[in-house]
Design a protein. Structure first.
Length: 292
């Protein structure tokens, strides 16, 4: 089995942690195994949380982990000059126009607080569909009506054919935010389609996002995205046994490096969080622990 291109797609909204590194290294391992090149695609349209030091941290982390990038920016200046998602706004707008023409989007002005008031589960249940707000209503997001979405078909790595419905937690997914910027699901599909990514590696917590994005790809005609292979890897837990987050300083890679941790020590810590049977000291041991 051979793939052409996979990608590492961090968001510069905080310093990277061990969970990010784990996903990056799995991507590297699968790229090596299947002869794929690696694209660095930084998702930076969350402009409220964007900071240049977070982008710098991405490059420093990749260098520390000895992950070679084949396509994409080489440093902060290269990223901001040529690779930022801001430069692809015209492509995103074209996709939004296709969605508008499909008749499947509706305007929603619900806040998170209001969604919780409407349903204690926190899931949005399409309350604004019948309100028929105009799409240009101020302070409103665009959501996709998934009431009649059919099963989405996809390939789970290595070659497992699957067919699933969009779950509640991503039903009526957002494609344009209240600030009028394209939302994550839309930019992710458009970018992977644009660059020709055919192996998408992400955590199992994004499985439902994959289903929403496959539905979106079907609507806008992103056939390449629909034909990609997806690997949803298990998550590792932090020192407190909870899901890792960018706010958890003790597991931020920057924190570990400032403490003087070298790469072998990093792999040892990562192996402990993975529950590896053998002590890990390098990338080879990491691949063996994963069976890759």
């Amino acid at each position: 089995m051979k793939f052409s291109l996979t990608r590492i797609a961090p968001t510069p909204s905080g310093f990277l942690h061990l969970g990010n590194a784990y996903s990056f290294l799995i991507t590297k391992a699968l790229a090596e195994r299947h002869g794929a090149k690696i694209l660095l695609r930084i998702d930076d349209l969350d402009r409220e949380r964007y900071r240049a030091e977070y982008v710098e941290d991405i490059f420093e982390t990749l260098d520390f982990l000895e992950i070679q990038i084949d396509q994409g920016p080489k440093d902060l200046r290269d990223f901001e000059t040529d690779w930022s998602q801001i430069h692809r706004m015209g492509i995103y707008e074209s996709a939004l126009e296709k969605l508008k023409a499909s008749g499947k989007v509706f305007a929603c002005d619900c806040s998170r607080k209001k969604i919780l008031q409407l349903d204690p589960s926190g899931y949005y249940l399409g309350q604004c569909i019948d309100r028929k707000y105009p799409l240009d209503k101020p302070e409103s997001a665009w959501r996709v009506d998934t009431q009649e979405s059919d099963f989405v078909k996809f390939t789970e790595y290595p070659d497992q054919k699957k067919s699933e419905l969009i779950p509640q937690d991503t039903a009526f997914y957002v494609v344009r935010k209240k600030d009028r910027l394209p939302a994550y699901h839309l930019t992710s599909v458009v970018d992977d389609e644009l660059f020709g990514v055919d192996l998408i590696v992400r955590g199992s917590d994004l499985h439902s996002s994959t289903l929403a994005q496959l539905d979106l790809a079907r609507i806008i005609g992103a056939e390449g995205f629909g034909q990609a292979t997806f690997h949803h890897h298990a998550l590792i837990k932090g020192l407190n046994k909870e899901k890792l987050s960018k706010s958890e300083g003790a597991t931020s890679i920057q924190f570990l490096r400032k403490e003087g941790k070298k790469l072998p020590e990093f792999f040892t810590l990562l192996g402990q969080l993975m529950g590896a049977k053998e002590r890990l000291v390098d990338f080879g041991g990491f691949k063996n622990a994963l069976g890759l």
